[in-house]
Design a protein around this ligand. Structure first.
Ligand code: PEP
Ligand code: MG
Length: 316
């Protein structure tokens, strides 16, 4: 049955009644692009640029080296969207030259955008490399910052993009509950939101994503997490802007329907998940997705939320 569903599934992500939900791929570099194309990704929703920085622990790669790598990814989706995340160093992704070594709680320390604002030259080089890589290409380049906590962060990132002369949309990731709670205020500074549900779960439940003993709180079906997704999506809708999901949550086909019902406007996931999400989304209307989302949010545990959504969707 799975095979049959997949063979009939190709093209853009859409519900059975034609509501479009672009299905994008998460990549770590040019090497991941063929799988994304193979899966029929409509673009890239999260380009994790950390890989480029792993070769040398003492300094950032040169601007030329960065331009080369970005261009390879951008040319693969000539008419599509490519969302590049600026360097997300620290915590689970430490980098000697950027992140402090003596922090008692690295996940709560100087990581993500915080470390880039402490090293503006690294951020400027990356943004300028992105601007050069996109020059002359029809691609829709979007650039976003990780670990944004408040409007001051969002403004600092927007200013850095303008300083670099970037002609791209710029946005912020929602990975910290404060960002979801004040999403409308962040959207006064930037043009889109992208929910990083892995970190958002970590910070909502105070549960380290690297500690197996607290993994039950990494379950993206947690109703509190769904509430924060809903807040962000509603804020984006009110501002006439987009709000995607690029965390692991988007790769669960049933949850992808619930996220759609919560008002999320695009889903980005590992390439392998795209055909399954596309096939499942195509079975339901937006109204069904909305009912499943409401049923999931009305519960108190991740398991109950999953069961409630499944019951709504299988019963209709
Ligand atoms: C996330 O936190 O959900 C995310 C997409 O970013 P990363 O997993 O790279 O931290
Ligand atoms: Mg993250």
């Amino acid at each position: 049955e799975r095979k049959a569903a997949l063979s009939t599934s190709s093209g853009p992500g859409t519900t059975s009644d034609g509501h479009k939900v672009p299905l994008l791929a998460n990549v770590g570099g040019p090497g991941d692009v063929p799988a994304a194309l193979e899966a029929g990704a409509e673009g890239i929703g999260l380009f994790r640029t950390e890989f480029l920085f792993l070769d040398d622990s003492k300094q950032a790669p040169s601007e030329e080296k960065q331009v080369e790598a970005y261009r390879q990814v951008l040319t693969a989706f000539p008419e599509g969207r490519v969302v590049v995340r600026v360097l997300d160093a620290g915590a689970d992704k430490p980098l000697d030259f950027l992140t402090p070594v003596d922090e008692p709680n690295p996940a709560l320390g100087v990581r993500g955008l915080r470390s880039l604002l402490d090293h503006p030259e690294v951020l400027q080089t990356q943004l300028s490399a992105l601007a050069k890589a996109a020059e002359g290409l029809p691609v829709h380049l979007e650039v976003m910052a990780p670990m944004v906590a408040d409007r001051t962060d969002a403004r600092a990132f927007a200013e850095a993009c303008r300083t670099a002369g970037l002609r791209a949309k710029y946005g912020v990731m929602v990975e910290i509950p404060s960002a979801a709670l004040r999403a409308r205020s962040l959207l006064q500074e930037v043009e889109f939101l992208s929910l990083g549900t892995n970190d958002l779960a970590q910070y909502t439940f105070a549960a380290d994503r690297q500690v197996g003993a607290v993994s039950r709180w990494q379950d993206p079906w947690q109703p509190a997490l769904l509430d924060l997704v809903a807040l962000s999506a509603e804020a984006a809708k009110a501002e006439g802007k987009s709000c995607g999901v690029c965390g692991e949550a988007a790769s669960d086909p049933l949850l992808a329907c619930v996220l759609t019902g919560l008002g999320v406007t695009s889903l980005s996931m590992s390439a392998a998940a795209i055909p399954y999400v596309r096939a499942t989304l195509a079975k339901y209307t937006v109204a069904q997705c909305e009912r499943a989302a409401a049923a999931a949010r009305a519960t108190d545990t991740a398991d109950e939320a999953r069961t409630a959504a499944r019951t709504v969707l299988s019963g209709e």
